[in-house]
Design a protein around this ligand. Structure first.
Ligand code: GTP
Ligand code: MG
Length: 203
């Protein structure tokens, strides 16, 4: 069957993209404790819908700058080449670590990679959903999420943006906020038949 729609998962290395796809779809994509597990796009297909796990960017240990740049380039290239069929992009972040990393880049006068990616996707008119993962590790959730939406230039409180940002834990199986948004997108294109491939609850 040819592919008509695609949902991509992008984000910094080790934020839990592969764990999340595994949790949502039940498919056994490779995950790992160390960054840099997914090095090439990995696909899961349901009928004419493709789910794509992209390599993570921005891990530093043991990997040269050239490799990092080439991962970034390959993500950009992949998105540009498949832009027309991308229904939405799930940008996964590590909720507890996000602001510190972004601020560190900003203080150096550089555009943080996560923000660059978000803007790149928005410029291509791709619908971006922010998956605020590892929420199980965060104590003051509302305040953390308010700070995160601000970094994306969205006005807090975060609860105004529940169709854009989804607090989740791929590890604990708490991903319903995200599957709800993804299902809404599928519904909008008349594809409720795909709902059963995007799980809402822990199994
Ligand atoms: N506490 C917690 N840990 C998580 C969660 N989701 C993923 N992890 C852990 O984070 C680590 C990385 O998970 P992966 O799914 O491999 O991350 P990735 O983003 O695919 O990483 P790359 O392929 O390197 O880009 C693993 O040890 C996971 O168990 C979560 O919601 N909470
Ligand atoms: Mg991975």
């Amino acid at each position: 069957m040819s592919i008509n729609h695609e949902i991509i998962f992008a984000g910094r290395s080790n934020v839990g993209k592969s764990s999340l796809i595994r949790r949502l779809t039940g498919k056994n994509v490779r995950t790992g404790r160390r960054p840099g597990v997914t090095r090439k796009p990995v696909h899961v297909a349901f009928k004419d819908l493709l789910i794509t796990d992209l390599p993570g960017y921005g891990f530093l240990h043991g990997v040269s700058g050239d490799v990092q740049e080439s991962i970034k380039d390959s993500i950009v290239h992949y998105v540009e080449a498949n832009c027309d069929r991308i229904l939405c992009a799930v940008q996964v972040i590590d909720t507890g670590a996000f602001c510190e990393i972004v601020d560190r880049w900003s203080e150096r006068g550089e555009i943080p990679v996560d923000i660059e990616l978000f803007e790149f996707l928005c410029d291509l008119d791709i619908d971006v959903i922010i998956a605020a993962n590892k929420i199980d590790l965060v104590k003051n959730r509302d305040s953390a999420l308010d700070q995160i939406v601000e970094r994306f230039d969205l006005l807090p409180p975060w609860k105004q943006w529940i169709d854009v940002i989804a607090p989740i834990s791929a590890k604990k199986g708490d991903v319903s906020a995200l599957s709800g948004i993804v299902r809404t997108r599928l519904h909008e294109i008349g594809r409720d038949d795909l709902f059963r491939h995007i799980r809402t609850s822990k199994r």
